[in-house]
Design a protein around this ligand. Structure first.
Ligand code: NAD
Length: 496
């Protein structure tokens, strides 16, 4: 870490049971601004003891004031929270820009979208209806109840900390759960600042708790905690698998939102200007650091040259620079390990014989962790840059000659988060959308999400869906209640 005078650093504390508190051990670590490369904030380095405290606070709130609220009252609090988040959008965006190097122009928009998730689930909170089930067993009334799953551990990555947290929190709070949140070690500050807003909105203490910590220990302690009822995880596939295994050992419920290697499939009848723009949005926006990055471009051979030319023409004018400048289009890579990972992919693409059609090197004159938007051609599916998630601004281009070949190539990945099809043929659009193996398929667009629409992956991209009506039920346990109506005594040695 770069040495910086303590007095210049912004200082943050954990939030446990409504109180701001240092870690039990007093340990802290420093958060680095990836644009300047300098330490700018100091946050607590929480240990398993702090996780214990936070889980106990979440349990107490669940069994106490939060558990006693009606669903309508929960909805009103969520609505109020949404209003406060709207007011704080700029300041929260600023923290995410400082910690993660994301563009202010993107993060302000992202923060302004958060209230919509709280409003959406505020409306759903008191619509979690069970049902009366008619059975062929006479003399029984059977009904279901959707009860909160309990204490949720939410573990989030560094690329969009509050958006991805909100995808868990809004539905889970509406369902009546309480939370212990562990943000990424690289981007802890926005979550700590955000959690303080709950008191102002009127949430009882302990409903939302935050523990921050350097390295995997804090998240691992949360994932393994025996008093956590569900883990809602977003992050890499490798960590997600570990989290899932740990959860299974405790029979903790879990959802996993993981990595991707999403395909953009462009047919020769597509509007190529729109497709080129969609390709840029898919893989160069947010410096390619999005789970849904459209990092593989499958393009019909008749238009491949023309489309690649358009993509490179636009890539070469992307304005790299200070993420706080609203004119900047691509900021730095978010942290050193990620920067080094992207550079290693440039090297392996070269070694494995790919053609670097554009970029493929650091944008060194800017300082910080800048890399050039990169287009690889002459690739094949076995190359690392094509098979693995890079999580950087790197596009691999592969031509195809017919629809079946395009679909086979698009589906030739262990991931299945998202995909896009670009065509003017309405028949083909729906036909291909149905055959693409992915949790989301966009037609003639890319990178659009909303509270109302389920999001998640198949295969190694995850287990479960966030957002949409169904997501609230993932934060509940369904209980079936059988009521005997006749009052008679029955044979105790037969199944009813
Ligand atoms: P990561 O897996 O390294 O870390 C994710 C979170 O897990 C962090 O908070 C981290 O501290 C914590 N963690 C690390 N080790 C842990 C352990 N052993 N047990 C419990 N928690 C642990 O991921 P990242 O680098 O922060 O994020 C990038 C990844 O996230 C990419 O793979 C990206 O595709 C994925 N992602 C997925 C989605 C989605 O919705 N599917 C969205 C955004 C990002």
């Amino acid at each position: 870490m770069t040495e910086t005078a303590t007095q210049q650093l912004a200082a943050f504390e954990l939030l446990i049971g409504g109180e701001q508190t240092p870690a039990v051990s007093g340990a802290t670590y420093d958060s680095v601004d990836p644009f300047t490369g300098r330490t700018w904030a100091r946050v607590p380095d929480a240990s398993a003891a702090d996780v214990d405290r936070a889980v106990a606070a979440a349990r107490a709130a669940l069994n106490g004031p939060w558990g006693e609220l009606t669903a309508t009252a929960r909805g009103k609090l969520l609505w109020r929270l949404g209003e406060i988040v709207a007011r704080e959008a700029e300041s929260l965006a600023d923290l995410e820009v400082r910690d993660g190097g994301k563009l202010v122009r993107e993060m302000v928009g992202q923060m302004r979208s958060l209230p919509d998730y709280y409003f959406y689930y505020a409306g759903l909170a008191d619509k979690l209806q069970g049902e009366v089930i008619p059975t062929d067993k006479r003399n029984y009334l059977v009904y279901t109840r959707h009860e909160p799953v309990g204490v949720v551990g939410a573990i989030t990555p560094w690329n969009s900390p509050l958006l991805l947290l909100t995808w868990k929190l809004a539905a889970g709070l509406a369902a009546g759960c309480t939370f212990v949140i562990k943000p990424s070690d690289h981007t802890p500050t926005s979550t700590l600042a955000f959690a303080k807003l709950f008191a102002e909105a009127g949430f009882p203490p302990g409903v939302v708790n935050v523990v921050t910590g350097w390295g995997p220990e804090t998240g691992a302690a949360l994932a393994a905690h025996p008093d956590v009822d569900k883990i809602a995880f977003t992050g890499s596939t490798a960590t997600g698998i570990q989290v899932g295994k740990t959860a299974i050992e405790n029979m903790t419920r879990f959802s996993l939102e993981l990595g991707g290697k999403s395909a953009q499939v462009v047919f020769d009848d597509a509007d190529l200007d729109a497709a080129a723009n969609g390709v840029i949005a898919g893989v160069f926006a947010a410096t390619g650091q999005t789970c849904l990055a459209g990092s593989r471009l499958l393009v019909h051979e008749n238009v491949a040259e023309e489309l690649v030319h358009k993509v490179i023409a636009r890539a070469s004018t992307i304005k790299l620079g200070d993420p706080k400048d609203p004119g900047t289009e691509m900021g730095p890579v978010a942290n050193r390990p990620q920067y080094e990972k992207v550079l290693s992919h440039f090297a392996s693409a070269r070694e494995q014989g790919a053609t670097i059609a554009y970029g493929g090197e650091p944008a060194g004159d800017l300082g910080g962790f800048f890399v050039k938007p990169t287009v690889l051609t002459g690739v094949n599916p076995s190359m690392r840059a094509v098979a693995e998630e890079i999580f950087g601004p790197v596009l691999a281009v592969m031509p195809f000659s017919d629809e079946d070949e395009a679909i086979a190539a698009a589906n030739a990945t262990e991931f299945g988060l998202a995909a896009a099809v670009w065509t003017k043929d309405v028949h083909r659009a729906h036909r291909v959308a149905a055959r693409l193996r992915a949790g989301t398929v966009w037609v003639n667009t890319y990178r659009v999400v909303a509270p109302h629409v389920p999001f998640g992956g198949v295969g190694h991209s995850g287990i479960g869906r966030e957002n949409g009506i169904a997501a609230i039920k993932d934060f509940t346990e369904t209980k079936a209640v059988w009521v005997e109506l006749s009052g008679a005594t029955r044979d105790p040695f037969t199944l009813g």
